[in-house]
Ligand binder design. Structure first.
Ligand SMILES: Cc1cc2nc3c(=O)[nH]c(=O)nc-3n(C[C@H](O)[C@H](O)[C@H](O)COP(=O)(O)OP(=O)(O)OC[C@H]3O[C@@H](n4cnc5c(N)ncnc54)[C@H](O)[C@@H]3O)c2cc1C
Length: 414
């Protein structure tokens, strides 16, 4: 049993990830006794591997209205939450604890050390200094509401507490606990993944990229295609890069329903209209003369990508430009402006992935991140049906909901 000092509220934080730590630290006051239960041998395991080991802590975007546009799920609920704790506050929070963040050209923010260990050390030391008791290898099996308070089932018995902050990420056990306390779960499915395209000639071009491209994702049974613009990277498995990852996030549920099968349509030259591309190719026919089509590339695409487009248009790459028919020019225009690729599965984006789905947001009061169904139960982080695109947005929602829930859990009247 947790020792009882009657003047202190006993708060149990379940889950030692980004959200659990932020919540536990915010909840630790002279009037509370905070215990954090982590199932694994180490806390903050995802923080360690995040951002390729560098931890993309947040994003350089300080307007809540703009910030929420990076969340395929949860944007409405986060609007108010970000007006109370947003990236500026995250930066200041870390700065006050001696961790400086830097901004990269695309807006992603990392510790200046480029080492996720800096973030882990900061969170760990801050939690310990604040008096949080951290119990690792302590998976919570079940939680029973005892009105007032809760009983927490651990492998070696039960402990009681006054309030709970459930921050178990995408873990099925956390979902089961929430369900047992009356909550409904939006089914979890992956988000932030790459597209598998089975095309040997494309894969030979692995490592090449184009920026920007327009990508359209057409799924069976969905009238409206999803569209994204941005950099695209060709990989050994198909397509990756920011535009693809964004599509995977916005289309996470629909893609899951369709078994990750569909059609990807790429406009490789979105700065030009289709007529302008055709005119460019006609001009190249005049200028290129007797040169081989492979050796005179009128597009900004790298040469190896250009020869791929030529191949897809079923044009002999060693043929002379002068011999190119209007029909062939039309086919090449089609490949450049509306190239169709068959999506045949998803791959892993190693730098970041996240789960779409979780606790239904309607069942939560977003001022406090407290359950509307079970008083004294609070949530934070990825357990909620909130997820962002890649770029530091997922941690930002963990910091924000963790901080808000941690503040509220201490102030709520019993
Ligand atoms: C490879 C990778 C890289 C990423 N990189 C980035 C990035 O750079 N920037 C970014 O914004 N986002 C990134 N993300 C996403 C980000 O890591 C998550 O959104 C974030 O960690 C969610 O925090 P959380 O605390 O809600 O959940 P988690 O970090 O998953 O923490 C939940 C914790 O709860 C514990 N737990 C679960 N069940 C129980 C139980 N029953 N009892 C006790 N403990 C339990 C788990 O062991 C875990 O430690 C990345 C994700 C991955 C997988």
């Amino acid at each position: 049993m947790i020792d009882r000092n009657p003047s202190q509220q006993r708060i149990a934080v379940i889950g030692g990830g980004a959200a659990g730590f932020f919540g536990a630290i915010a909840a630790a006051t002279p009037h509370t006794r905070v215990t954090l239960y982590e199932a694994g041998p180490d806390c903050l395991a995802k923080v360690r591997i995040s951002g390729g080991g560098r931890c993309n802590v947040t994003h350089h975007c300080f307007d809540p209205a703009q910030l929420v546009q990076n969340y395929p799920r949860g944007s409405k609920a986060l609007r108010g939450a970000f007006s109370r704790f947003q990236p500026k506050d995250t930066i200041a929070w870390y700065q006050q604890r001696g961790v400086k963040l830097k901004t990269e050209a695309d807006g992603r923010m990392f510790p200046v050390t480029d080492d996720s260990g800096t973030i882990i050390d900061c969170l760990m030391q801050t939690a310990l200094r604040a008096g949080v008791t951290i119990k690792t290898r302590s998976p919570v099996k079940q939680v029973t509401a005892t009105h007032p308070g809760f009983l927490i089932g651990l492998k070696d018995g039960e402990v009681s507490c006054d309030r709970i902050l459930l921050a178990t990420g995408s873990s099925p056990q956390g979902h089961r606990i929430a369900k047992s306390l009356g909550h409904r779960i939006e089914p979890p499915v992956p988000s932030l993944f790459t597209f598998t395209i089975k095309d040997a000639a494309l894969r030979q071009r692995s490592g090449l990229s184009m920026n920007p491209v327009d990508i359209k994702l057409k799924l069976p049974g969905h009238k409206k295609p999803l569209i994204q613009t941005g950099p695209l990277l060709i990989t050994h498995w198909g397509f990756s890069g920011p535009a693809v990852l964004k599509l995977s996030a916005w289309g996470a549920r629909a893609l899951h329903e369709q078994g990750y099968q569909g059609t990807v349509v790429i406009n490789w030259l979105p700065q030009l209209s289709q007529d302008e591309v055709r005119a460019k190719l006609q001009q190249a026919r005049t200028d290129g003369g007797k040169r081989a089509i492979a050796n005179h590339n009128p597009t900004p695409a790298p040469k190896r990508l250009w020869t791929y487009f030529v191949q897809r248009a079923q044009i002999e790459s060693q043929a002379q430009w002068t011999t190119l028919s209007n029909k062939a020019i039309n086919k090449l225009t089609q490949e450049l402006c509306q190239g169709e690729y068959s999506l045949q599965g998803k791959g892993v984006f190693k730098d970041e992935f996240v789960t779409c789905g979780g606790i239904r947001l309607k069942e939560i009061d977003f001022k406090t991140i407290e359950s509307r169904l079970c008083p004294g139960l609070f949530f934070a982080g990825e357990i909620l049906d909130i997820d962002g695109i890649t770029g530091g947005f997922n941690f930002q929602s963990a910091w924000t909901t963790g901080w808000l829930a941690g503040q509220a859990v201490t102030t709520r009247a019993s």
